[in-house]
Write a protein that binds this ligand. Structure first.
Ligand SMILES: Cc1cc2nc3c(=O)[nH]c(=O)nc-3n(C[C@H](O)[C@H](O)[C@H](O)COP(=O)(O)O)c2cc1C
Ligand code: SF4
Ligand code: SF4
Length: 255
């Protein structure tokens, strides 16, 4: 079984290709009512549960942490759990965090791998999407990488093959908790005058956190994963995050 969470499609792209390479059709997106109810049954008895999600501030996205902690997962009793994390540059100690969560559930954590994908984080000074050529290069390089990871999963690998980057301990143990506490608020989200009221951001939000008001303007609630799907999806680039996103690029994985 392949379980994935995605904002802009990179992790869906990887999960889909893994599903083909592993001939595993039981592929499930963590979104909507599944994230709320946290009740999941494998479609068929499975030997491997593969978790695919983006790295957020050198750690596991809080929405995924909550899901792993509380999900009632059935039909996977003898399964080994594998991680495939997508990141723009480096993952810090995301794999260690994930292993801890999996073991706390009494499950077996096996391999952990990362795939470098186009960057999606734009909400702070100095952070923007990649230039098109770099994004294309990363997407090309992800193809053989997925094949390699599929082989590792088939071979029941149990080790890490991750791009941790420099200062991994500091990034995951100091910046990650700070980020969770102070940099994940949805409050700065707003729509500018270029909003046409199409409602796409509301329909696409994986948490159902956006409602359209009587004037056909999107309103953001508090249940936000900061996945940035609303920001990157808007066809008129009307979604902004305070002043931080002014003039920044947008990216959606076309695969
Ligand atoms: C809130 C947030 C935090 C991020 N933090 C990191 C990070 O610490 N390191 C990194 O390499 N990429 C980081 N990224 C980039 C994403 O991990 C990367 O682009 C990923 O492939 C996006 O996957 P998705 O399209 O499935 O959402 C971050 C993206 C977001 C939205
Ligand atoms: S997707 Fe953009 S244009 Fe459409 S409702 Fe949302 S903010 Fe407005
Ligand atoms: S409101 Fe936007 S950033 Fe927050 S979960 Fe929904 S789509 Fe993602």
């Amino acid at each position: 079984m392949i379980l994935y969470f995605t904002g802009t499609g990179n992790s869906r792209d990887i999960a889909t290709r893994l599903s083909e390479a592993l001939a595993d059709n039981d592929i499930v997106e963590l979104s909507g009512s599944l994230l709320r109810d946290k009740e999941l049954k494998a479609a068929q008895p499975c030997r491997a549960v593969v978790w695919v999600f983006p790295v957020y501030s050198w750690g596991v996205p809080p929405v995924v942490t909550d899901f792993i902690k509380d999900v009632r997962l059935t039909g996977t009793l003898a399964a080994a759990h594998h991680l495939v994390a997508t990141c723009g540059d480096d993952a810090g100690l995301t794999a260690r965090q994930w292993r801890r969560l999996i073991r706390r559930r009494g499950w077996t954590s096996a391999s952990a791998s990362t795939v470098i994908m186009p960057n999606t984080y734009t909400l702070m000074k100095g952070f923007d999407v990649d230039p098109d050529e770099l994004a294309d290069e990363k997407l090309m390089a992800s193809r053989p990488r997925v094949a390699e990871i599929a082989r590792r999963i088939k071979d029941n690998a149990v080790d890490d093959d991750v791009t941790k980057g420099r200062f991994a301990w500091f990034k995951s143990n100091i910046i990650y908790p700070w980020f969770k506490r102070f940099a994940m608020s949805p409050k700065p989200f707003h729509a500018t005058d270029s909003c046409t009221g199409c409602g796409l951001c509301a329909r696409r939000c994986p948490l159902g956190n956006i409602t359209m008001n009587d004037d056909r303007r999107p309103c953001w609630g508090n249940d936000c994963a900061l996945c940035l799907r609303c920001y990157h999806t808007c066809p008129t680039a009307a979604v902004q995050y305070g002043k931080a996103t002014r003039g920044k690029g947008r990216f959606l994985n076309k695969n």
